[in-house]
Design a protein around this ligand. Structure first.
Ligand SMILES: [Zn+2]
Length: 439
């Protein structure tokens, strides 16, 4: 048993009617854009030629995606002059200027990273949303009275109370982080660090149709994602149609687009959240291990276009599920390299595994592809080597010990039916396809 710390963050908003807030936001956005303008002007561009790198006695040429690479000015003299420039006719407390500078730098850093990955153009970032991110030094929280005092100017404050808020019970005893002002609302992030006892490890293999879980204590678990993926595909189809209309008839198209993207997305994210909640509830003291999904994979288009699209759509669901699990439990990620190509029993690597069944040429193991991958992820996480004896002792008795969990979208209400509480039951997958009506 080990203890891990889990940081929980919940953000709630409080309505506030104060004319000074829109004024502050418009000043903040204007100043932020000004700060970005100044930083942008001073961005240095240098040419990075291809380099020859030596590793493992082999020479290879490394070419960066971008020949011209930006460097963001960070010297203290530059920062001082930037601050002085922004402080000119600044009506607010000087900490607000510091808050602006910090946000400007994080926007610029984000742009630089995206640019180097080829995801952003060489265009100055623009602030389009109206918001103001507060600094902790501008806030004074009274946890007794449940109020937050935000400094605008020296001796001028806005007081926000969350004493009567509906969420108060949920965050009792939590600490408050930096608030964000938006429109007529104050977004308050509540934080709490919890110590979580870890008694078990649950690994999850993400594949197109399901999540396959494995733990030596429980066995194999299949979470069916088919209804969810179907909904996403329908959603995608409708959206692209609406997009087509939007390109011709602006007003109707935009309305359609809004309607479809909002509605379906809510439905999907609701199901994804429920799956995550079920997973965490079923294994309360487990650490959940997922494969690291790198975003780069999304770009490379496979041989088969439609399969690539299906996988991409499934990936959105996995990411959302993982994110929701992360909010509720300890999540660790492992490198997914070779997990589907390696025999989980003897460690033999198969070059091009095909089909649903994995067959090992060395030890003649025949196993479901997804189960094989999940056992591999388990071994990777634990740092165990492949061992036939361990496999025969631990995994073999569990091979037919499975739990099927379905996600059914009934009408407009998504619901989960799960026999997770109580004994494990092996349900034939076909038995519940009929039950789950995809839209
Ligand atoms: Zn083998």
């Amino acid at each position: 048993m080990t203890l891990e710390s889990l940081e929980r963050i919940r953000t709630y908003s409080v309505l506030i009617n104060d004319r000074r807030i829109p004024q502050l936001i418009s000043w903040y956005v204007k100043t932020l854009q000004k700060a970005i303008d100044i930083i942008w002007k001073n961005v240095g561009w240098k040419i990075v030629p291809p380099r020859v790198v030596e590793s493992k006695n082999k020479l290879s040429v490394k070419i960066s995606l971008k020949l011209h690479q930006p460097t963001i000015p960070k010297s203290s003299s530059f920062k001082r002059s930037l601050r002085n420039e922004l402080m000119k006719d600044n009506p607010y407390a000087s900490h607000w200027v510091d808050a602006v500078i910090r946000t400007a730098y994080s926007i610029m850093e984000g742009w630089r990273k995206r640019y180097l990955r080829g995801k952003a153009r060489r265009v100055k970032p623009r602030v389009t949303r109206g918001f103001a991110r507060c600094k902790i030094t501008l806030m004074k929280v009274d946890y007794e009275k449940k109020t937050i005092r935000i400094t605008l100017k020296p001796y001028e404050y806005i007081e926000v109370s969350y004493a009567d808020a509906w969420f108060f019970e949920r965050v009792n005893g939590w600490r408050i982080g930096e608030v964000i002002l938006k429109d007529n609302r104050v977004l308050i992030p509540f934080k709490k660090v919890e110590a979580v006892e870890i008694n078990d490890i649950m690994v999850w293999d993400c594949n197109e149709l399901e999540l396959t879980g494995f733990s030596p204590k429980v066995g194999f678990i299949h979470v069916d994602l088919r209804p969810l993926i179907t909904t996403r595909i329908i959603c995608q189809g409708r959206r692209s149609k609406a997009q087509e209309i939007a390109s011709k008839k602006l007003r109707i198209g935009r309305k359609l687009l809004e309607k479809y993207s909002g509605k379906e997305r809510n439905k999907c994210s609701d199901v994804e959240r429920k799956i995550a909640v079920q997973i965490v509830r079923a294994f309360p003291s487990a650490m959940h291990v997922f494969e690291r999904l790198n975003k780069e994979d999304m770009i490379s288009k496979g041989r088969n276009g439609s399969k690539w699209l299906r996988k991409r759509i499934a990936r959105i669901s996995w990411m959302n599920i993982i994110r929701e699990v992360k909010r509720r439990a300890i999540v660790k990620e492992v490198n997914p390299k070779d997990t589907s190509k390696t025999c989980s029993r003897c460690g033999c690597k198969v070059k091009d595994p095909r089909g649903q069944i994995f067959k090992c040429p060395r030890c003649k193991l025949v196993i479901d592809r997804q189960k094989n991958a999940s056992v591999n992820i388990y071994l990777k996480k634990m740092g165990f080597p492949h061992c036939c004896k361990w496999w025969d002792e631990v995994v073999k008795p569990l091979i037919h010990h499975e739990l099927w969990v379905g996600v059914a979208l009934m009408g407009t209400k998504p619901m989960i039916w799960s026999p997770m509480k109580g004994d494990l039951m092996a349900v034939k997958p076909k038995a519940y396809i009929g039950l789950s009506k995809p839209m």
